[in-house]
Design a protein around this ligand. Structure first.
Ligand code: SF4
Length: 336
């Protein structure tokens, strides 16, 4: 990956808890730290319920943060007011998983796409129409689609409309929340290729949230892996797929099909035992310990810290922490 210098988004110790009745809380996101470089795609993967979508929604201010900070271009997004908040609402856009549910069925495509132009007073009359047509062409649709309604389109076309709507206000940063999960496999690659093309042409930065690891690798410069509200590993895509360090990442990758049947046959699948525990009462220490094939005593007592163990390769696991290794060595000496 080319050297990135400018951090456009900095997430530091982010927490998002939801009340769950009887004084309990769901710790959907718990102490997550990462940053996104300008112009890159950062993929965020994990099973459903791991908190990845909640992170996206907290970054774009659909939710307030329970703790920690989110800085966009150096400013705390949860403290923005007035003009600065309005500008943020323009600069950061979101593409949703279900393009049908996120498009108002009673509005024409032209009005859906132009909604942002209207809110921000960016174009009126003839100019507005021209901008809509230009956006439709940008996403591979055309002018005749402008006056139709969402139900007249296929899933892939609707996601293209969702992308056009996001692009209308000329954003810098797009959070794509499972943008291809609801689409047929044959259409998924088309939408991802469109997103890659738009990124090159417009210098966009993406946070790409998904559970499909193969597609995430294809689009992302770096990939972060989440488990039960925590970020457990983050590295450049190729590095993460070639040298996964965290046992959870290893297990996830072992389930990704390899196109070469000979390699696929030799490969060992890592089957995780048990279910994902409840985020209301997560395990002590490392949250993955109840399912981890490599768990040690220390994993139940101490929460592993988030550390850069190789250049640009971050992981939270006692297997890679010097102080943990020393402790484990000392306790095994005592028992021998
Ligand atoms: Fe497994 Fe322990 Fe690492 Fe957690 S900290 S992933 S339980 S080895």
């Amino acid at each position: 990956m080319e050297a990135h210098v400018e951090k456009i988004l900095e997430v530091e110790g982010l927490k998002k808890y939801f009340p769950a009745g009887r004084g309990q809380v769901v710790k959907a996101v718990d102490d997550v730290t990462f940053h996104v470089y300008k112009g890159e795609t950062l993929g965020l993967v994990g099973e459903s319920g791991c908190g990845k979508s909640t992170i996206g929604r907290t970054i774009i201010r659909l939710y307030n943060a329970t703790g920690g900070t989110v800085k966009f271009k150096g400013k705390n997004v949860h403290e923005l007011k007035g003009k600065e908040a309005k500008q943020f609402n323009r600069e950061m856009q979101m593409i949703f998983q279900d393009p049908y549910a996120s498009l108002n069925p009673r509005m024409t495509v032209a009005d859906i796409i132009a909604e942002g132009l209207d809110i921000h007073g960016l174009a009126k009359g003839k100019e507005r129409r021209e901008r809509v047509v230009e956006l439709l062409r940008t996403v591979g649709l055309n002018e005749e689609h402008a006056d139709r309604f969402p139900h007249e389109f296929s899933g892939g076309q609707r996601q293209r409309i969702g992308i056009a709507r996001a692009l209308a206000v000329d954003p810098d940063f797009i959070i794509a929340d499972e943008p291809i999960s609801a689409l047929d496999v044959s259409i998924q690659a088309q939408v991802v290729n469109l997103m890659k093309k738009l990124q090159r042409e417009k210098g966009l930065t993406y946070l790409f949230i998904a559970h499909d690891l193969s597609m995430v690798k294809y689009i992302s410069d770096r990939v972060g892996v989440m488990y039960l509200g925590n970020l457990v590993e983050l590295a450049e895509s190729q590095e993460l797929y070639d040298n996964p360090l965290h046992p959870y990442t290893e297990a996830l990758l072992s389930a990704v099909p390899i196109p070469d049947p000979a390699v696929e046959k030799r490969r060992e699948r890592i089957l995780l035992k048990g279910d994902v525990p409840s985020p209301i009462n997560p395990p002590s220490g490392c949250r993955f310990r109840t399912r981890c094939p490599k768990a040690m005593d220390i994993c139940a007592e101490v929460t592993p810290t988030w550390q850069e163990v190789r250049p640009l390769h971050w992981v939270a696991c006692h297997l890679y922490q010097e102080e943990s290794k020393n402790e484990v060595a000392a306790s095994s000496e005592q028992t021998s």
